[in-house]
Design a protein around this ligand. Structure first.
Ligand SMILES: [Zn+2]
Ligand SMILES: [Zn+2]
Length: 256
């Protein structure tokens, strides 16, 4: 999360903002940005005469744009619409500060060990030894079994494994959250949306892309495009479930 702090000396001019800090909350940041920009569109400086102003992420959030004021600007509705339609463009912006994957995993590891005193730490090379001892192929779920059994024989009571994957914020937003600019494309094409789970010629897939001409690009749960000939049409497809904030698929465990 963004830390409260003074990032901009202009904030000193406004006592209430000073007391709460520039990044007190996103609503506050938005208000601050409007105040900073004098409620004037930073693209046209008022030329369009459109009094409706909105706060815009210079680098879009789904491209990793930050919620900090340095990535936000004030635009009139006319220019904001034009920008989102690709008719005009802005430069600059700031990306979200992100921990590297390794740093993030290390932080999670430390917190888990602290939160769960009974937890024991293990390592990839031990898991690999255990998995090979049991004679299981290299799969994440077999690694999990090897960790749990510590190399003792495993008796599987199921032949199916569920694969659940969350959809990134950029691809999916459930509500018009405080960070959104309230522009969520939710339209259906031929009754289908991106990430809907569908059945097509006996197999289950997810919608990756849609063409208004009635054709679909399908993917597996890993997001890989499935090349199908002929190109699948929506009218030959059954919608199994609507997209959620995660997608789920089933597969049969490879028998060894
Ligand atoms: Zn404008
Ligand atoms: Zn915008």
């Amino acid at each position: 999360m963004v830390k409260p702090g003074l990032k901009n000396p202009e904030v000193l001019q406004n006592k209430s903002l000073y007391q709460k800090g520039v990044n007190y909350g996103f609503a506050n940041t938005k208000a601050y940005v409007l105040y900073r920009d004098g409620h004037i569109c930073q693209y046209c400086k008022g030329k369009t005469k459109d009094k409706r102003v909105e706060v815009h992420h210079i680098i879009y959030r789904n491209n990793g744009g930050s919620d900090e004021e340095s990535n936000l600007t004030t635009l009139c509705k006319t220019d904001h619409d034009a920008l989102h339609k690709g008719k005009i463009a802005l430069k600059g912006g700031k990306k979200r500060g992100q921990l590297s994957h390794a740093t993030q995993m290390n932080s999670i590891r430390v917190q888990l060990l602290r939160a769960l005193p009974a937890a024991e730490e293990t390592f990839g090379f031990i898991t690999k030894e255990h998995r090979q001892l049991i004679g299981l192929p290299k799969e994440h779920y077999f690694d999990a079994a090897a960790i749990a059994s510590q190399g003792n024989p495993v008796n599987f009571r199921t032949t199916t494994v569920l694969h659940k994957k969350s959809i990134s914020d950029g691809d999916y937003q459930q509500t018009k959250g405080v960070r959104s600019e309230q522009r969520i494309p939710t339209g259906k094409i031929h009754g289908f949306r991106k990430f809907d789970k569908v059945k097509y010629s006996g197999n289950e897939y997810f919608i990756k892309g849609r063409m208004s001409t009635g054709y679909a690009i399908l993917m597996n749960i890993s997001g890989n495009k499935i090349d199908l000939k002929p190109i699948p049409k929506f009218d030959r497809m059954e919608r199994l479930s609507a997209r959620k904030s995660w997608i789920i698929s089933q597969k049969i465990i490879a028998s060894s």
